[in-house]
Design a protein around this ligand. Structure first.
Ligand SMILES: Cc1cc2nc3c(=O)[nH]c(=O)nc-3n(C[C@H](O)[C@H](O)[C@H](O)COP(=O)(O)OP(=O)(O)OC[C@H]3O[C@@H](n4cnc5c(N)ncnc54)[C@H](O)[C@@H]3O)c2cc1C
Length: 451
């Protein structure tokens, strides 16, 4: 017979059911690039580690655009956090909870989550960034962001549904508005989305929808600045532009999007583009959790940290990755929001927390810039090396493939992605063209699907 345990037997100290321990508790918010690297470093530390994430998986954001454009399945770019954290951690005092942190009460050393309160001795905030709509509510309501797996799947579903609808459109204008896509932001994400859509338009969609005239499909990339890939060299920006034109992408520079009503995109140059799809890749802002003092927050919702990633004015709270702004003369707004910065900060803080617990001096963070890259459809990519050298074309694309494959979590995901890429390359296919409803709740949805 099963005997239910009582609370006193289980020795719970909080509503998150984390057992009490007579050693320091380090709470990590976020299992992204920074949080994961930190947790790996803390495997052998004499402390209780609790990681909290709103999802039970880690997302490899650089490949989200391939999920949105049907090139990869969502599971291939995500790794279950419990599995990733368990490897090597079986003997340590390590706990994971799926929860959303809503507030940090730094004067009480607690965080408030949707599941209850949790006390910490040391807190690490590594909860990344979110899409910045710069206060434009109408765009925020109607446009698609690309920061999380559900958003990538929403884009894929919407695009494919649009082609189904376009076949039944009553007018050319309605059909065009369903087929067109407008992407805002000429950074790496906008360029990569535009390139992948160009590839779909030229090589994949015409086979699925032979009744549609794909010369009518327009892909617009709108950039407020005077060049693409602003964080990279001029060469890289120019080459990306050239590549995108090969994929029939129309580029609008020094133009911004003023409004979007769900079927028309209004541009600052007075033009209106008919499109029911607006992908917003025009910027990110810190994913700030309320509660920290105002003097610790920089413009852009990033948390000001010192060279040890310690939050300004608070001894036992640290911040890492996109959410952290380590301000210096060279980087007055903090380091760029990139995966290598997050990973390197996670590793350094892991070493530093061990040092601190062993009463040793901490070492300041030093960023090792390995360069940057972006791909523009098949066979084309741009790579900038840290010494300002840059190269483009097929070799750059190969380097891009290799680097992304190496950083994906888990052998299985690597294998799936490699086989998908090889398949897509030789068949000119993006084989994940499935419209999978993410929820079947409304009466209308149930009726449509005979649920
Ligand atoms: C589409 C796209 C493409 C990109 N491409 C590149 C690229 O090619 N190269 C590159 O270097 N960088 C790229 N980046 C940037 C890179 O992904 C980020 O810099 C990196 O993810 C930052 O790591 P992080 O650990 O700070 O945050 P993240 O990796 O975002 O992790 C944050 C974690 O915190 C969790 N979380 C958030 N809020 C809460 C909360 N309140 N409670 C609990 N959990 C929470 C999230 O679920 C997430 O797991 C790209 C980003 C995007 C969106």
């Amino acid at each position: 017979m099963l005997v239910p345990a009582t609370n006193s037997e289980l020795n719970f100290t909080s509503e998150l059911h984390i057992p009490a321990a007579n050693k320091p508790r380090i709470v990590i918010i976020g299992g992204g690039f920074a949080g994961l690297e930190l947790s790996k470093k803390l495997r052998s530390v004499d402390a209780q580690i609790v990681m909290i994430d709103r999802y039970n998986f880690h997302t490899f954001q650089p490949l989200l655009y391939q999920v949105a454009t049907a090139g990869l399945e969502a599971d291939a770019i995500a790794g279950p956090l419990r599995k990733v954290l368990k490897s090597g951690n079986s003997k340590s005092d390590f706990y994971f909870r799926v929860a959303t942190v809503r507030e940090i009460q730094y004067d009480k050393n607690t965080v408030a989550t949707n599941l209850g309160m949790l006390r910490y001795d040391y807190l690490v905030i590594a909860n990344g960034s979110k899409t910045n709509f710069y206060g434009n509510k109408s765009i925020e309501e109607q446009a698609f962001a690309l920061k999380q797996v559900p958003q990538a799947l929403a884009i894929r579903n919407h695009l494919l549904k649009n082609f189904e609808k376009a076949q039944l459109a009553e007018t050319i204008e309605e059909q065009q508005s369903l087929m067109n896509v407008v992407i805002v932001g000429g950074g790496p994400t906008g360029v990569e989305v535009a390139g992948a859509l160009g590839e779909l338009k030229l090589h994949v969609l015409p086979k699925d929808y032979p009744e549609l005239d794909f010369r009518r499909m327009q892909i617009h990339l709108v950039e407020a600045g005077n060049r693409l890939l602003n964080g990279m060299t001029d060469n890289a920006g120019k080459k990306a532009e050239e590549y995108l034109k090969d994929f029939t992408v129309q580029i609008w520079k020094e133009v911004s999007v003023k409004a979007f009503d769900g079927s028309h995109v209004e541009l600052s140059n007075g033009m209106t583009l008919p499109s029911t799809t607006l992908v917003w890749a025009a910027g990110v802002t810190g994913n700030l959790i309320k509660g920290l003092p105002a003097e610790a927050i920089l413009q852009g919702n990033r948390i000001i940290v010192d060279e040890y990633n310690r939050v300004k004015g608070i001894e036992n709270i640290f911040a890492l990755g996109d959410i952290a702004a380590m301000v210096s003369e060279e980087h007055p707004k903090g380091f760029p929001m990139l995966a290598p910065v997050a990973m390197q900060q996670g590793k350094t803080l892991g070493d530093n927390l061990k040092r601190m617990l062993n009463k040793k001096e901490m070492k300041p963070f030093k960023y090792f810039d390995k360069g940057s890259m972006a791909t523009v459809g098949r066979n084309r990519a741009v790579v900038d090396l840290p010494n300002k050298m840059s190269f483009q074309g097929f070799f750059a694309w190969f380097v891009w493939l290799f680097v992304h494959l190496m950083f994906i979590i888990g052998f299985k995901n690597r294998f799936i992605i490699l086989t998908s890429w090889v398949w897509n390359y030789f068949t000119y296919d993006h084989s994940n063209r499935l419209i999978i409803p993410t929820q079947i709740k409304s009466k209308k949805e149930k009726e449509e699907l005979y649920v």
